[in-house]
Design a protein around this ligand. Structure first.
Ligand SMILES: Cc1cc2nc3c(=O)[nH]c(=O)nc-3n(C[C@H](O)[C@H](O)[C@H](O)COP(=O)(O)O)c2cc1C
Length: 201
């Protein structure tokens, strides 16, 4: 694992609000002298998990040979992760859900089923931020499950989620670029992630 932040965007809309937010996050992290890499899931061809459970024995995803195989080494390598999703029907996008489900191969299951489990990503000081952007005002009314749908799986995988960032009231393509106070908050969170990865907080 290295001092690096991987940013995962999950909007199907190129140059939309999620792209702008992720780029701001990563620019701030890079300005704190940490390597960054941006992945837009829409650029990768991959399926959602087929539930074959081969990963329990093989300790990696051997059931599907698609572009997730390019992403897995990047996840293992980077100590930091930023997930950004637009709100689609009170939840993360289908792309983000498929991505998160494909992280199932990082779990270890011990003994009888159902029983004990652990994550191969845990205990390594991994840190994350999750952020969501929706049109409707009100985190409960409009966004609802979106942030938790990213935070809970990352915590289970062993990430310390140091920040969750809900953005509401943003809809037309690219309008987030005009909302400087929201982008300023993203910079504060990205600085916090950078400092915590460096062990400064
Ligand atoms: C299929 C679809 C479903 C949506 N569902 C919601 C929703 O449930 N709540 C909400 O606040 N916004 C919803 N929106 C609006 C988007 O979250 C919003 O326009 C966001 O800014 C899009 O981000 P993007 O430009 O990164 O794609 C939906 C948009 C689409 C296309």
């Amino acid at each position: 694992m290295v001092l690096k932040v991987l940013g995962i965007g999950s909007s199907p809309r190129k140059d939309g609000n999620s792209d702008i937010l992720l780029q701001h996050f990563l620019e701030t992290v890079a300005s704190n002298v940490i390597d960054v890499e941006e992945i837009q899931l829409r650029d990768y061809q991959f399926q959602s998990c087929i539930g074959c459970e081969r990963c329990r024995k093989d300790r990696q995803c051997t059931g599907l040979n698609d572009d997730m195989q390019y992403i897995y080494p990047k996840i293992l390598e980077a100590g930091g992760l930023i997930l950004v999703s637009p709100v689609h029907n009170y939840n993360i996008t289908a792309l983000m859900k498929a991505f998160i489900d494909r992280l199932y191969c990082f779990y270890e299951f011990h003994g009888e089923r159902p029983g004990q489990w652990s994550s191969r990503l845990s205990g390594q000081g991994r840190k994350a931020i999750v952020a969501a952007i929706g049109e409707q005002f009100g985190v409960q009314e409009g966004m609802h499950l979106t942030l938790e749908a990213m935070r809970l799986p990352l915590a289970a995988l062993g990430y310390e989620v140091i920040g969750t960032f809900p953005i509401t009231g943003i809809y037309t393509k690219g309008m987030l670029a005009q909302h400087h106070s929201l982008l300023d908050i993203s910079q504060v969170l990205a600085k916090l992630l950078s400092d915590s990865l460096k062990g400064n907080v």
